[in-house]
Design a protein around this ligand. Structure first.
Ligand SMILES: Cc1ncc(COP(=O)(O)O)c(C=O)c1O
Length: 383
């Protein structure tokens, strides 16, 4: 089987992650930050150590600014619903995932106004239009997406965030497709809030993510999404206004955190640049192998450096569902077909409403697999 749906979830995890999960369960779990017994302290240590690893990865000085969540969607919901108020303008880009679009649609009911910065038909942002929006409107929050989950285009975050900062907008970055693939220093990049998810390019389990606050971000302006037990200030009935407890109500996902702990150590060892260059290499090989073939359209350019390891294509002579079915049933190639929870992106790429066939790579894919996929596509695309 060839698994090429890594943008949804990386299927193969490093052995170190599997060992860490196994050890965590074998040794018996306990609840972090709740009790004074040794098992609770041990659990708290893993949580704290993982905060340190994440703080180090994303250039944060204060590890308490790492807030554990369930996934990127959860992180984005805390940020959007915690900051935006009646009458606020929020700016999003054309490559936004439904994790951004849907909570904002809900927030429209509370008087929030959404403005979208257009992209062109390969997902690149139109910077002059983006700049104009920020000069003409008072934007409370700009929500940037680091890389599209549909075609992999990487947006120039440093440039976009500096334009938004010049207009005094807060910035949220959705790094679901780039965390541990592209170096992100949120203090340097002027990002106020960063959203990540564990189960994709971070190679951890599903159900763990984080919202990371810039060292200078005033969290008094960020309301809570849920409230509950934190193991701190238990004499008070109101949610403690200390981080990370304020946003971490309820028992943390200990096993997810243990898996993230192991995966980050593994990533640090392997090297972020090496992970990205492997994915880029495979993506470029796939592109070069199918570009120009009769009936094939690829929703990206040949500027391979502009993309993470994701490629979307359509076939003019076949329905995408049929292509996906043949890829799996005849060739055992697993892809993702459709809109990829990002209909807005597809509307810019010209593939709405049917969507595309998406191939997405991880470090565990090989060149041999890509060659096999190219041949399969050639055979399927024949008239
Ligand atoms: C760009 C982007 N943002 C957000 C998400 C949501 O991630 P999760 O499902 O882990 O919450 C995804 C998932 O595909 C994504 O690709």
């Amino acid at each position: 089987m060839i698994y090429l749906d890594n943008a949804a979830t990386t299927s193969t995890k490093p052995d170190d992650v599997i060992i860490a999960i196994n050890n965590y369960l074998k040794n018996g779990t306990a609840n972090a930050s709740r009790s004074t017994h040794e098992k609770s302290i041990e659990a708290s240590r893993t949580v704290y150590d993982t905060r340190l690893l994440l703080a180090n990865m994303f250039g944060i000085n204060d590890e308490q600014r790492i807030i554990f969540t369930s996934n990127a969607t959860h992180s984005i919901n805390i940020a959007l619903k915690g900051i935006l108020k009646n009458g606020d303008n929020v700016l999003i880009t054309g490559i936004s995932h439904n994790a951004i679009v849907r909570p904002l649609e809900k927030l429209k009911e509370s008087g929030i106004n959404i403005i979208t910065a257009d992209c062109n038909n390969d997902g690149n942002i139109d910077i002059s239009k983006y700049k104009k929006i920020l000069t003409k409107n008072k934007i409370r929050l700009t929500v940037l997406t680091h890389a599209s989950n549909v075609n992999g285009i990487i947006h120039p975050i440093e440039e976009l965030s500096s334009i938004a900062k010049n207009s005094n907008s807060l910035i949220l970055l959705d790094a679901a497709q780039t965390a541990a693939l592209i170096k992100i220093d949120i203090n340097k990049l002027n990002i106020d809030l960063l959203s990540i998810t564990g189960h994709k390019s971070l190679y951890a389990t599903q159900g763990i993510g984080a919202l990371i606050l810039n060292d200078n971000f005033d969290y008094n302006i960020l309301n809570t999404l849920i409230e509950g037990g934190t193991g701190s200030k238990s004499e008070e009935t109101i949610q403690p206004n200390i981080i990370p407890d304020k946003y971490e109500a309820g028992t943390l996902n200990g096993i997810g955190i243990a898996s993230l702990n192991a995966s980050i150590k593994w990533i640090n060892n392997y090297g972020i640049d090496n992970l990205l260059s492997h994915e880029k290499h495979l993506r470029a090989k796939l592109y070069e192998g199918i570009v120009g073939l009769k009936n094939i359209s690829i929703q990206s350019t040949n500027n391979h450096d502009d993309y993470v390891g994701i490629l979307s294509m359509t076939m003019d002579n076949k329905e995408i569902d049929d292509v996906g079915y043949i890829l799996e049933s005849k060739y055992k190639i697993l892809t993702r077909i459709g809109l990829h929870c990002a209909p807005l992106t597809h509307s810019y790429l010209g593939t709405f409403p049917k969507g595309s066939i998406r191939f997405s790579f991880s470090i565990f894919n090989t060149l041999e697999e890509v060659c096999f996929v190219i041949n399969a596509i050639k055979e399927i695309a024949q008239p």
